[in-house]
Design a protein around this ligand. Structure first.
Ligand code: PGA
Length: 277
């Protein structure tokens, strides 16, 4: 199975339900342009939108019948319970969510979430049929102290502990260096490729090379239309997770347009590489 290309928007705490629906309408106009839907299918590129909880249902309704996937930005690991202010996987599913971002750096650093908690959420998501997008990434301090690999390895292995080989391909990984999120400072193409290659190696050690080759790894951190293409051309960069630049439909669509020309050849290569395994 070839890994798919994903351009995902993470709206964070922005946009009301009507604003979300207005955005989806703009994406639908883009999808109705001649040749766009066919090209997206041809290169297996999907558009994901991680929207605020209150915008889920509206965005799901507006995107019905299209290839746009709507998901959430977080959830709790329990099925239900006395957890004021939290949300459960079943609630997200009943609102039509298809995926959920877990372990985003803002959850880890602002709300103190650790790998163990994130791991329980990953299991809950997989068990309930929501695709998890697991975020990992080092801080500037850790990078400068030469700890990047150590941090990424433990985030991957601890957050995905106990995930069976049969389920691992359902996980999407997002490498988001904390120093690049919302700072305007993007990782260079080489830095992104190096980190992604390392993540795939770690996945391969744990779940086997073939499985590692089927997992989409997204890059996140100050992605915009002007740098998306260079990042996506990297061998192990399968897509992007976009915060700030996903709030404006024009720049989000700009990133998708930049992605259209970058992926086809690689999809083929991945299939060949896998069949050699
Ligand atoms: P940014 O955010 O694109 O604004 O840097 C990325 C993210 O937090 O997922």
């Amino acid at each position: 199975m070839a890994r798919s290309c994903i351009v995902a928007g993470n709206w964070k705490m922005y946009k009301t339900a009507p604003e979300g629906q207005e955005f989806v309408e703009k994406l639908k106009e883009f999808l109705s342009e001649e040749g766009i839907a066919e090209r997206l299918e041809e290169i297996d590129l999907s558009m994901y939108l991680a929207v605020p909880f209150t915008a889920l249902q509206g965005c799901v309704e507006s995107s019905e019948g299209t290839s746009i996937r709507i998901g959430a930005q977080n959830m709790h690991d329990a099925t239900e319970g006395a957890f004021t202010g939290e949300i459960a996987s079943e609630m997200l599913l009943s609102a039509g969510a298809q995926f959920v971002i877990l372990g985003h750096s803002e959850r880890r650093h602002v709300f103190g979430e650790e790998n163990g908690f994130v791991n329980r959420k990953v299991h809950r998501a997989l068990d309930s049929g929501l695709q998890p997008i697991l975020c990992i990434g080092e801080t500037l301090e850790q990078r400068e102290a030469d700890q990047m690999q150590e941090v990424l390895r433990s985030q991957i292995l601890e957050s995905l502990a106990g995930v069976e080989k049969e389920q691992i391909s359902e996980v999407v990984l997002a490498y988001e260096p904390v120093w690049a999120i919302g700072t305007g400072r993007t990782a260079t193409e080489e830095q992104a490729q190096e980190a992604h290659e390392f993540c795939r190696e770690v996945l391969g050690e744990q779940w086997g090379k073939r499985k590692a080759g089927s997992i989409s790894i997204l890059y996140g951190g100050s992605v915009k239309p002007t740098n998306a293409k260079g990042l996506l051309k990297q061998k192990d960069v399968d897509g992007v997770l976009v915060g700030g630049a996903s709030l404006d439909p024009e720049s989000f669509i700009g990133i998708v347009r930049e992605s259209l020309g970058t992926k086809k050849k690689r999809r083929k290569k991945v299939v060949v590489a896998e069949s050699e395994d």
